[in-house]
Design a protein around this ligand. Structure first.
Ligand code: PEP
Ligand code: MG
Length: 584
C-alpha cells in the first residue's frame, strides 16, 4: 500500500525511521516485542528471577498434558474416522514433543522473564511465520497445526494457577515496547501488568480506544504506522517519540544519547509540574475551571486524587465488562462503583452506563452490524437488553449511598431515550425499595453529547437533564464522517473544523442559558494544545486522564478566559479551520 510505505524511510546512516501519529506524549527507548493477534490475548507479565524455573515447570506440565490428551485422542479414533485425522494428530503429538518449541519457549522465560503464556505465543508466532514463508504447500499448512497445538496448551495453562508476582519489577528491567498491527481495548487492559514502555500500532487514530487506554497508563504511544510491524524484529532497539510520532529502529549511539537527554528533560519538566497540583484552577481573569478525571478501572481513582482532580468526570464502566467470558453480576459491579465513590471521598463521581459496541466488544459477542459505530451500541444496547441494564442500574443505585454519584448515559440521540432511561432507573429504585434498600436522593442524571442530532437540537436536553458531557471523540467522528480508529483517514479527523467548534459552542451556550453544567470528557479536554480553544468556547469543566491534568492546568492558570472568548467568537463564523496561533 503506497500510503503505508511512505511512512517508512531510512536515514543516511541506514537507521530505519517510521512516522505515525503520536497519541500519547513522552519518549521511550527499549526493545521491540512484536506481537500477533493471538499473542495479545494472553496475560502478559514478567516473572521474578526466583520463580523462573517454576514457570518452566508449569509450561512443561501443560505441554505434557496436552501431548497425553492428543495421544489418547489418536488411539481412541473410531474406525470410520477420516484417515488424515490420525496423521494430523500425530503431527500435533510431534509438535508438543518438539524440543525446539519447548526449549525456545523456555529460553524466553529464562532470558526475558516472560510468563509461560506470553513466551509460548511469542515462540509459536515465530514458528508460524517461518512455516507460512515456506514454498512447500504441505509445510505451509503446518502453521495452522502450530496454532491449534498452542491453543490447547494455553487452555491448560489458564486452568492452572498462574504464578502471582510480587517481585514484578525485579525481573528483566530492560524496557519493552509493544509493536502490533492493532490492539483491541480489552487486550490493552491485559497488557497493563507487564509495564511496557510504549505502544506502537500499524492501525488506529488519536481517539481510538487503544490510544485512550495508553493515555490512561501514561505510556507513550504512536499509532497509524502503516506496515511497521512487518519491518521490525523482536529485540530491535527502538526510540519512540510520542510528540512527533517518529519511531527509530536500531539507532546510532549518537541518536540514542540525544533521546536519552530528551527523555530526562521531559521527566524533569513533568516533575516540576507537580507544584501545580494544589494551585487553584483559575484563569488570569478569575474564571474558575473545574478539572475532573477520566478512569477506566476503579483503581485509577487513586491517580485522579493524586493529580488533584475535583471529581471523576467519566468512569467508562464498560471496561469492567470486557476481556472476560462472563458478565460482572450486580454484586461485583456494586463493589467496583462503591470503591470509586469511597476513594473519591465525597467528590462527585460520574459513572457512565455501559457503552459497549463499535470497537468495544464483549468477549464471545460477534458483531454482525454492517456499521457497528452506527449500530446497537451504548444506550441502544442497554435499552435492548433490559435485564443487563437493570443489573447495572441496581448496582449503581446501591453504590450511591457511598458518595456523590452522577449517572451519565452514552450515545443519547432522542428525548424518547431519556424518558426510557428514567423509567428504567425508577424501576430499579422500586425493586430496591421493595427489598428495603435505600438509595441516595440526589443522584444527577446526564447525557453524553456525542451524537450530532442532540447537539444540533440541544435545548430540550439542556432543559431537562442535570448535566451534559460532550464526548468529542465520537462527536467529531460523526460530524466529520471519519472513523475515529481508522489511520487512513486520520488527517480528516479535525477538532478545529468550524462545524465541530460551532456544535461545541452551541452546546456550551445552551448549558449557560438553562443553567445546566456542561463538560467535555473526550480527548480534546486533555490535549493542552486545545485548552485555550476550549476556554475560548466558554468551557469551564474539563475531564481527562489524570496524567494530563497538570499540563492542562498550566494552560488554564496562564490564560485570560474573556479575551479568548472574544477571539474565538470572532473566528467561529469563518469557513476555514481555526488557527490556534490566534489564541496566543
Ligand atoms: C467520547 O466519545 O468522546 C467519549 C468520551 O467516549 P468514548 O471515547 O468512550 O467513546
Ligand atoms: Mg463516545
Amino acid at each position: 500500500m503506497q500510503e503505508a510505505t511512505q511512512r517508512i524511510c531510512t536515514t543516511p546512516s541506514a537507521m530505519l525511521c517510521a512516522q505515525g501519529q503520536g497519541v500519547v506524549r513522552g519518549y521511550a527507548i527499549g526493545r521491540a516485542v512484536v506481537m500477533g493477534a493471538a499473542a495479545l490475548e494472553v496475560p502478559h507479565y514478567r516473572v521474578a528471577v526466583e520463580v523462573v524455573e517454576q514457570e518452566c515447570v508449569r509450561l512443561c506440565a501443560a505441554m505434557d498434558k496436552a501431548r497425553d490428551e492428543v495421544t489418547a485422542l489418536a488411539s481412541g479414533l473410531p474406525l470410520d474416522a477420516p484417515k488424515e485425522m490420525a496423521s494430523l494428530l500425530g503431527v500435533h503429538v510431534l509438535l508438543l514433543d518438539d524440543p525446539q518449541l519447548r526449549a525456545q519457549t523456555m529460553a524466553l522465560i529464562r532470558e526475558r522473564f516472560y510468563n509461560a503464556e506470553w513466551a509460548l505465543t511469542t515462540q509459536g508466532q515465530l514458528l508460524q511465520e517461518q512455516f507460512s514463508a515456506m514454498e512447500d504447500e504441505y509445510l505451509r499448512e503446518r502453521g495452522a497445526d502450530i496454532r491449534q497445538v498452542i491453543e490447547r496448551v494455553l487452555l491448560l495453562l489458564s486452568g492452572g494457577q498462574p504464578l502471582t508476582l510480587n517481585a514484578l519489577d525485579q525481573a528483566g528491567d530492560e524496557p519493552l515496547i509493544v509493536v502490533a498491527r492493532d490492539i483491541a481495548p480489552a487486550d490493552m487492559m491485559g497488557l497493563r501488568e507487564a509495564k511496557f514502555a510504549a505502544f506502537l500500532t500499524d492501525l488506529g487514530g488519536p481517539t481510538s480506544h487503544t490510544a485512550i487506554v495508553a493515555r490512561s497508563m501514561a505510556v507513550p504511544a504512536v499509532v497509524g504506522l502503516g506496515n511497521f510491524r512487518s519491518l521490525v524484529r523482536d529485540g530491535d532497539m527502538l526510540i519512540v517519540d510520542g510528540f512527533t510520532g517518529a519511531v527509530m529502529v536500531n539507532p546510532s549511539a549518537l541518536v540514542l544519547e540525544e533521546y536519552r537527554q530528551k527523555q530526562a528533560e521531559f521527566a524533569q519538566a513533568r516533575a516540576s509540574l507537580a507544584s501545580l497540583r494544589d494551585a487553584p484552577s483559575v484563569t488570569l481573569d478569575g474564571i474558575a475551571v473545574h478539572l475532573e478525571a477520566n478512569i477506566e478501572l476503579p483503581e485509577e481513582a487513586e491517580h485522579a486524587l493524586a493529580a488533584g482532580a475535583q471529581g471523576i468526570g467519566l468512569f467508562r464502566s464498560e471496561f469492567l465488562f470486557m476481556g472476560r467470558s462472563t458478565l460482572p453480576d450486580e454484586e461485583e459491579q456494586f463493589h467496583a462503583y462503591k470503591a470509586v465513590l469511597e476513594a473519591m471521598q465525597g467528590k462527585p463521581v460520574t459513572i457512565r452506563t455501559l457503552d459497549i459496541g463499535a470497537d468495544k466488544v464483549l468477549d464471545g459477542e460477534q458483531t454482525v452490524a454492517t456499521n457497528p459505530a452506527l449500530g446497537l451500541r451504548a444506550v441502544r444496547y442497554c435499552l435492548a437488553n433490559p435485564d443487563l441494564f437493570q443489573t447495572q442500574l441496581r448496582a449503581l443505585l446501591r453504590a450511591s449511598a457511598h458518595g456523590t454519584l452522577r449517572i451519565l448515559v452514552p450515545m443519547i440521540s432522542s428525548i424518547k431515550e431519556v424518558i426510557a432511561v428514567r423509567q428504567a432507573i425508577s424501576e430499579a429504585k422500586q425493586s430496591l425499595a421493595a427489598q428495603g434498600i435505600t438509595v441516595a436522593s440526589n443522584i444527577q442524571l446526564g447525557a453524553m453529547v456525542e451524537v450530532p442530532a442532540i447537539a444540533i437540537a440541544i435545548e430540550p436536553f439542556a432543559e431537562t437533564l442535570d448535566f451534559l458531557s460532550i464526548g468529542t471523540n465520537d462527536l467529531i467522528q460523526y460530524i466529520m464522517a471519519v472513523d475515529r480508529g481508522d489511520s487512513e483517514v486520520a488527517d480528516l479527523y479535525d477538532p478545529q473544523h468550524p462545524a465541530v467548534l460551532r456544535v461545541i459552542a452551541q452546546t456550551i451556550n445552551a448549558g449557560e442559558r438553562f443553567n445546566t453544567p456542561v463538560s467535555v470528557c473526550g480527548e480534546m479536554a486533555g490535549d493542552p494544545t486545545l485548552t485555550r480553544l476550549l476556554l475560548g468556547l466558554g468551557l469551564t469543566r474539563f475531564s481527562m486522564h489524570a496524567a494530563q491534568l497538570l499540563d492542562v492546568k498550566r494552560e488554564i492558570v496562564t490564560a485570560h478566559s474573556n479575551a479568548l472568548r472574544t477571539k474565538v467568537a470572532g473566528a467561529l463564523n469563518r469557513a476555514e479551520r481555526l488557527d490556534l496561533a490566534i489564541l496566543h
